[in-house]
Write a protein that binds this ligand. Structure first.
Ligand code: SF4
Length: 430
């Protein structure tokens, strides 16, 4: 690799066997409904019907910034007091809402019934409802269900639950099917997906497909010969469902930063017998471009101390990028869940001695954060304003999921997401 970025060398095992502080207490995270915001943009003929309360409707509408002239592809079927008291048949009401929706919106090919805290509290069986409605509206519309409730979840689990619900309907690969050689799993911005598709094509890697697809019926066949590459670190249930269908994961770090992208692409390319010199030649222009731009960001970020509250599940790959390519110091790296298998390559690259925590006890973590006085804190929206008012500089974790950050060309933009709040704070202080 010809990068001009001085990447820190890792010890042989980094944080592979590092102790992890496990915390169980009050958490400050969004629920899985939030995933609808990026998933409805990704699967362009899908509709997300939240079966929830007015609170759920407000969350989605305010987070997605609904335009009044647009026909949004998500809505909430409101469960009201009568439903909660068991006075109305919620299933009859749901059937009526879905029928009206599909009459009005004939372009919908895939409908997700998305469970919420209220639907779980009244034990509304959305799996059975989805199966009933699928039978009614098949073959024009497929109806699936998943839970986006805030009970024991963090917001990126919404995507995991959504993709896991789609795995059973992926066609079975056989000798006659057009099965891909490689399946890239995890929602990526279209611009990033196109860049990766071009690189895979230039590398000569055969048929590469992305999941979720942009069109609901454009489903890749899978089977025992399918190799898949996770593009997001929060897809434990999806991975389990794919493996139950025989697919095999390609172990790799995640495509954040130049180094992560390089290792992620190479993990797949090596498996498909791409020669290293061909790989280097194909990827070099993008690596060179990104290296020069990341080097400029490094001047702002090197030596700055960063503290991660657990939120997006991107924390460990981000910490690896910021430490190794930008020279930042990791004060604490908190993550809602630590999937040791999927994050093994990332943990090995983290500097030895990094303070890792899993789960959350928000008061204890706030105490540690205040005592450490980091230069920048990555946290949810609920914590950002109070911490800013105490003089700390913050970065909203959720912005990292809404922004295209994967791949070589996005590495400088990703670094800038962290340097910008620091520069703004400096200007305010001047
Ligand atoms: S699903 Fe639960 S946490 Fe999410 S908005 Fe609805 S009530 Fe709130």
């Amino acid at each position: 690799m010809n990068a001009v970025i001085p990447i820190r060398s890792a010890s042989a095992t980094g944080c592979t066997d590092a102790p992890v502080l496990k915390e169980r207490g009050q958490r400050e995270v969004f629920c899985g409904l939030t995933g609808i915001i990026w998933l409805h943009r990704k699967i362009q003929d899908a509709f997300f019907l939240v079966v929830g309360s007015r609170t759920c409707a407000h969350l989605i509408q305010s987070a997605a910034g609904v335009m009044i002239f647009a026909e949004p592809r998500f809505a909430t079927a409101i469960i009201d007091e009568r439903d909660l008291a068991g006075l109305a048949d919620a299933n009859t009401e749901l059937d009526r809402v879905v029928t009206r929706l599909l009459e009005r919106r004939p372009e919908i090919k895939l409908l997700f019934l998305v469970g919420s805290c209220p639907s779980e509290v009244i034990k509304l069986d959305l799996a059975r409802a989805a199966s009933r409605l699928s039978t009614t509206f098949s073959p024009k519309v497929r109806v699936l269900n998943y839970s986006g409730s805030g009970i024991e979840t963090t917001f990126t689990q919404g995507e995991d639950a959504c993709l896991a619900s789609m795995v059973p309907v992926l066609p079975q690969a056989d000798a006659m099917s057009d099965a891909p050689d490689l399946l890239v799993v995890g929602s990526l911005a279209d611009v990033v997906e196109d860049q990766f598709a071009r690189l895979f094509n230039q590398l000569g890697m055969g048929k590469v497909r992305f999941f979720p697809p942009r069109q609901a019926n454009d489903l890749a066949a899978i089977g025992p010969n399918t190799r898949y590459l996770l593009a997001q670190p929060f897809l434990a249930d999806t991975a389990r469902a794919l493996e139950a269908r025989g697919a095999q994961r390609i172990p790799a770090p995640f495509p954040l930063g130049i180094e992560g992208t390089n290792q992620w692409l190479w993990a797949a390319a090596a498996l498909f017998n791409v020669a290293k010199n061909h790989f280097d030649a194909v990827t070099e222009p993008a690596r060179q471009r990104a290296s020069a731009a990341v080097a400029r960001q490094r001047t702002q970020l090197a030596g700055k101390r960063i503290f991660f509250f657990p939120d997006s599940q991107l924390e460990i790959p981000l910490a690896r990028f910021l430490s190794r390519e930008l020279g930042m110091e990791l004060v604490e790296v908190g993550t809602p869940y630590l999937h040791r298998q999927h994050l093994a390559e990332e943990l090995a690259l983290l500097p030895e001695g990094t303070f890792l925590s899993e789960g959350q006890h928000v008061e204890n973590q706030l105490d540690r954060c205040r005592a450490a006085k980091p230069d920048i804190v990555v946290c949810g929206l609920g914590l950002a304003n109070p911490l800013e008012s105490e003089g700390l500089t913050t970065k909203w974790a959720i912005e990292l999921v809404f922004t295209p950050i994967q791949g070589y060309d996005q590495a400088p933009d990703l670094a800038e997401l962290f340097s910008r709040p620091l520069v703004r704070r400096l200007k305010l202080a001047a």
